[in-house]
Design a protein around this ligand. Structure first.
Ligand code: AMP
Length: 213
């Protein structure tokens, strides 16, 4: 099964992709997670990407496309994948289409998660993330706090607010989404595998997704 997960920052792409990975046994590929790992490891790619990420801008298409071209050819993709946070521009969508065609891969679903903007802002400003790059567990100070304040339940590392999750950067990320990524809804709405689903509560959203398969 091959799936694209669309939605604004904070819509729940990561959460829903992780649930689908578990249910269908297909790999979740998050460009945001890949980039954060590169930033943490201080690679050339990471150093270049962090400037854009910390401002709430998108990382340039050529960097993302080079990265994804390699990723999609790895062995674990042969059984299917969920793309979480990619594509994010029309150029990325067009190039992805060509890459998949070359690899002889079709799409089984393009899922658009719908969430009102005030809820996106609340979700993003209340999010905290485990600082351990190989864990990256996500918490919420209101709905899912860690058992011990500031400490990850899973690995015991420190929990932090991501630099790109301060209110100022979040507003910029949402503006970037509206300008550059929202047009993908129109682009994919012509595909018969495209559908939109509200994402207010993960369990209910998952039920609606499962109904489609
Ligand atoms: P995310 O965790 O998916 O919200 O991604 C965090 C940040 O990584 C974004 O705000 C962008 O700066 C960058 N990023 C992630 N995926 C992409 C992409 N497909 N194209 C460009 N930038 C991306």
């Amino acid at each position: 099964m091959r799936v694209i997960m669309l939605g604004a920052p904070g819509a729940g792409k990561g959460t829903m992709s992780a649930l689908m990975e578990k249910k269908y046994g297909i790999v979740q590929i998050s460009t945001g997670d890949i980039l954060r790992a590169e930033v943490k490891a201080e690679t050339d790619l990471g150093l270049k990407a962090s400037e854009f990420m910390n401002r709430g801008d998108l990382v340039p298409d050529d960097i993302i496309l080079g990265m994804m071209k390699n990723r999609l050819q790895k062995n674990d993709c042969s059984g299917g994948f969920i793309l979480d946070g990619f594509p994010r521009t029309l150029k990325q969508a067009e190039d992805l289409g060509m890459m998949l065609e070359r690899l002889g891969m079709g799409l089984d679903a393009v899922i658009n998660l719908e969430v009102p903007e005030d809820l996106l802002i609340r979700r993003l400003t209340s999010r905290r993330t485990c600082s351990n790059p190989s864990c990256q567990a996500v918490y919420n100070i209101y709905t899912m706090p860690p058992k011990k304040e500031g400490v990850c339940d899973i690995c015991g590392a420190e929990i932090i607010q991501r630099e790109d999750e301060t209110e100022e950067v979040i507003r910029k990320r949402l503006a970037t989404y509206n300008e550059k990524t929202a047009p993908l809804i129109r682009y994919y709405s012509g595909y018969d595998v495209f559908f939109s689903v509200p994402c207010l509560e993960a369990g209910e959203t998952m039920d609606k997704i499962v109904e489609r398969f």
